[in-house]
Design a protein. Sequence first.
Length: 336
Amino acid sequence: MLEGLKYKMIKRKLLKREVENIPLEVIEQKHSDASQALFNDSSYFNGISDDGSFFLARQSFRTTRGNEYWLEVFFPDLGLLRLKKHPGEEGEGFQQGKLRFDNVQLGKEWYVSFQGEMDLDGSSKNVKIDLKFNAETAIVDFQNALILDATALAIAQAKWSKSFFEKLKDSKKNHFEQGGRLTGMIEIDGDLRKVDFSSMRDHSWGIRKWGGWKRHVWIGGMLENKEAFNLSMVQYDYMGQLSAGFITEGDQIHYLRELPTIEEFASNPLFPGKLDLKLKYSDGIEYHLKSERNTFVPYNMDDEYLINEGISFGTVNGTPIKLVTEFGFNPSHYDL
């Protein structure tokens, strides 16, 4: 009885949040909140080409623990270039030193740039990156992509306390994603390479404490027909699985409504190289994702959480897709 009342109350609140309409200029700006010790504004771009080349870039601006940064470039004939030294001081916008994300047109176009040293198998390379992201899909608000029933049930089934609601703030984020193309030039010690990547970008802001996450899965990519696909799941150490996802179809966005739990497809191994998932969306049609991982890049978040950023190829209902298959784990919960 009590759980049912809690479920109804939480669902009403989630439905109220669902109708919020955040202006585009707010979505595209950097956010901060000095009153929140672990407030985080994170922006991310990826890119994958047919030959297996890929690009990963992320900037996270945090009120405490220092800003985060990712920058990786891979070419099959060269190997993996990684930015291992902090890029520099935070700028006004999405900038740390010479690593920059610059908005050119709201909801449409971004520049991603960098100039400096990157590591290639222990040797230093002078790298210049000049890329342009052009949107091919609408921006998707994850508030609409949440599976409301499952989210309300997960919160209702948890043991409510002052501590629980304090931790619950970590799950309340603004999160937006968009598919497109990332094109331009990457120069490595004078070797100029033209690139053309399928790309997904995301922007989120809110409280993020890596140590409070148990595990998560983020699967996102662009289909050959220029539509975007996403599947996201997270389990916290204080609450069960929260899930969201979408697939675009022209001006329409179909939102995920049914999917397996993480344990059903990622228990043994915890980081599967192949995926074979059947998913149901708001249009009632089932989508079948099949993929196989080529490689991955590991990350260590605050020495509390580990992320493997997989680079994968596959199909959704038979249409080819290039995608990132990201799996994260809290080592205190798993034997890794």
